[in-house]
Ligand binder design. Structure first.
Ligand SMILES: [Zn+2]
Ligand SMILES: [Zn+2]
Length: 375
């Protein structure tokens, strides 16, 4: 079938994006779902900083690529052998299509699935190859098995989590990346316990989802750090107990926690921010990092802090999630009013405004913008 997808053909760091126009809406040929795959009508797709990282080359991916990895939609067709999903089901898409049988999946760490990581790095679907073809007759790579900035997508069954039909798909989309990553870092990776002190650095969609996760975990205090005042205000509205600028954070976090937070989170993808989070982590505490800096970047931390002060540094990919378990669980919390994920959505717009959306996010002016491919 023919569909319309936003395709990146060349990396650029030229901004503003509405002028350099890195994302081009193209009519593409989308193959039918093969064995183990689904055709999904994409109803909502969130714009995430990882999309911009592909555009500016800090996440190196094969091009051309149809971007977008946080989305929800409706199943329109199922390929041979697909189980437990039917036409008409509503699904949230997840950017690690865990195979269920590799060493990592078998160890209960599906976010680190090896075949999924290989396919995502190569820009293919989990079961191999691409089903997207450009006008020039050449294949277009898939982004993290999803390629959601499109009217339709073919994905592996493993990329889809069936959700209740009464969840608005604009809200549901955010569970696929921001919530899974941000809340998961708190609830899965760190396993924050009631009364533990936490500080969260970087208040984009992921960091603000960490604030929501910290509230669910009954952490106290919950300190949110970001240079943008509007994001600090949103963190307070979501349940943070204090919100600080980076300049005030070093002194104020230590004062508010009587010596340092027990668990700190970095959600900025910037080494200096990770170092700042580490500095305000208490003796014996844990710093969790979930940002994705450029692969050549390094961090500098006091070597003595680990053995000498019992501090830990932990990486969290996709919130150490098991998506088939966690997304329904988080949606239940949302329904109960305990995960106000809707408030992360700062705007919604048609797909053809994608370059504007990228610019607003890159400029720090947006939290989560949702693209609506059928409006
Ligand atoms: Zn993302
Ligand atoms: Zn696996």
């Amino acid at each position: 079938m023919k569909t319309v997808a936003a395709v990146l053909r060349a990396v650029t760091d030229r901004r503003p994006y509405p002028e350099s126009k890195p994302m081009v809406l193209e009519e593409v040929e989308l193959g039918a779902p093969r064995a183990g795959e689904l055709l999904v009508r994409i109803e909502a797709a969130g714009v995430c900083h990882s999309d911009i990282s592909v555009v500016d080359g800090s996440r190196v991916r094969p091009l051309p690529m149809a971007l977008g990895h946080e989305a929800a939609g409706v199943v329109e067709e199922v390929g041979p052998g697909v189980k437990h999903v039917e036409v008409g089901d509503h699904v949230v898409l997840t950017f690690v299509p865990s195979c269920g049988s590799c060493a990592e999946c078998s160890s209960g760490r599906p976010a680190l699935c090896t075949p999924a990581a290989v396919a995502n790095g190569a820009g293919t679907l989990l079961h191999g190859g691409s089903v997207l073809t450009g006008r020039d007759g050449r294949p277009i790579h898939h982004h993290l098995g999803i390629s959601a900035f499109s009217r339709h997508a073919v994905v592996a069954r493993e990329s889809a989590v069936v959700i209740p039909q009464d969840v608005p798909l604009q809200t549901a989309a955010l569970f696929g990346c921001a919530v899974l990553t941000g809340a998961g870092a708190v609830l899965n990776t760190a396993g924050v316990r009631p009364g533990q002190s936490v500080a969260i650095f970087g208040l984009g969609g992921v960091g603000l989802a960490s604030v929501i996760g910290a509230v669910v975990a009954n952490a106290w205090p919950i300190i949110a750090v970001d240079p943008v005042q509007a994001k600090r205000e949103l963190a307070l509205a979501l349940g943070a107990t204090a919100a600080l600028s980076p300049e005030e954070a070093e002194k104020a976090v230590k004062e508010l926690t009587h010596g340092g937070a027990e668990v700190t989170f970095e959600a900025a993808g910037v080494p200096a921010v990770l170092e700042a989070a580490f500095r305000v982590t208490r003796r014996g505490g844990t710093t969790v990092t979930m940002g994705l800096p450029h692969p050549t970047k390094t961090v500098s931390l006091p070597a003595l802090a680990f053995a000498g002060m019992g501090q830990s540094l932990v990486g969290s990919y996709m919130g150490s999630a098991a998506p088939q378990r966690d997304i329904p669980r988080y949606i239940s919390l949302w329904k109960a009013g305990r995960m106000p994920v809707d408030r992360l959505q700062s705007a919604s717009m048609p797909l053809d405004r994608i370059n504007e959306a990228f610019e607003a996010l890159a400029a720090g002016q947006a939290v989560r913008q949702v693209l609506l491919p059928h409006t």
